[in-house]
Design a protein around this ligand. Structure first.
Ligand SMILES: Nc1ncnc2c1ncn2[C@@H]1O[C@H](COP(=O)(O)OP(=O)(O)OP(=O)(O)O)[C@@H](O)[C@H]1O
Length: 254
């Protein structure tokens, strides 16, 4: 699925990623966890081919970057991030925004085919937002916007779904609803890579966790093995305890 080997990323004399190797296989759903500025987004941009490493090898869905057409690979990747949302037009109608996901476009400049329109409405139904389909994107609440972005990233039935902090800015209720929607979309054919700072967002569908600190992966593997107080202290420098409840980790800061 994703094979990143010996990755270094150096910009303006700064070593932003340092000898990173990361491997995600089919049937696994990963969380990439680390504090602000640790290198998470940079790593995602390499997986989506928007950044190239200074050294190292990136292979995604069987395609070696540098030897393939990245645009073709991107058609198999659902990507959802705040920076993508900012590129969308708030005046566009919600169902059209969802429909653009079918082509990985930001906007349509021609008529949208009827079957794509129906599919976009179907996605909005599935996510519980059929009633906002005709509204401009800019009129939606933060929670509704995040759900629309998730629906948009599912239009192409991606093999790999990358979610970069999808719950940021949401209250507890909206966060839990969005996490439920992500769970509803998950299936064995799709690998999810979820980026967050928040341990309590690691819902049961996630099987593996990679911890990143100052551009290095400091632990990676099955979530129960990685989410230990020792590893989390190394990643966040905060002493804490981890408690598991309903197959979700919760932290207590000591
Ligand atoms: N092209 C670049 N040139 C210089 N510095 C960069 C570049 N890209 C990223 N950085 C730096 O690399 C570090 C890691 O950034 P990145 O956005 O990957 O972190 P992050 O873990 O996603 O952070 P956050 O959780 O705050 O979004 C930051 O200090 C950032 O300033």
């Amino acid at each position: 699925m994703i094979h990143m080997t010996d990755i270094h990323f150096i910009r303006e004399q700064r070593h932003i990623l340092h000898d990173v190797s990361f491997h995600a296989n089919k049937g696994e759903n990963w969380v990439l966890l680390g504090k602000n500025g640790s290198g998470k987004t940079t790593l995602l941009e390499m997986m989506t081919g928007y950044q190239f490493p200074s050294r190292g090898k990136v292979e995604v869905l069987g395609n070696r970057y540098g030897q393939c057409d990245v645009r073709e690979v991107r058609k198999k990747i659902g990507y959802n991030s705040q920076s993508l949302f900012e590129k969308l037009n708030l005046a566009d109608t919600v169902w059209e925004v969802v429909a653009t996901g079918e082509y990985a476009y930001l906007r349509f400049y021609q008529e949208i085919p009827e079957d794509v329109k129906r599919k976009a409405y179907g996605m909005l139904d599935k996510i519980g937002l059929p009633h906002v389909a005709g509204q401009p994107l800019g009129t939606l609440s933060q929670g509704e916007r995040k759900k629309v972005m998730l629906a948009r990233s599912m239009m192409l039935q991606p093999q790999l779904l990358i979610l970069d902090e999808p719950c940021s800015g949401l209250d507890l209720y909206e966060r839990e609803k969005l996490l439920t929607s992500i769970q509803d979309f998950s299936d064995q054919e799709m690998t999810i890579l979820y980026v967050t700072h928040h341990i309590e967002e690691i819902i049961p569908i996630f099987t593996h966790v990679a911890l990143i600190e100052q551009g290095r992966i400091i632990a990676a593997g099955p979530k129960e093995e990685v989410l230990t107080p020792e590893h989390l202290y190394s990643a966040f420098q905060v002493p804490l305890e981890v408690e598991w409840f309903c197959n979700r980790p919760w932290i207590k800061v000591l």
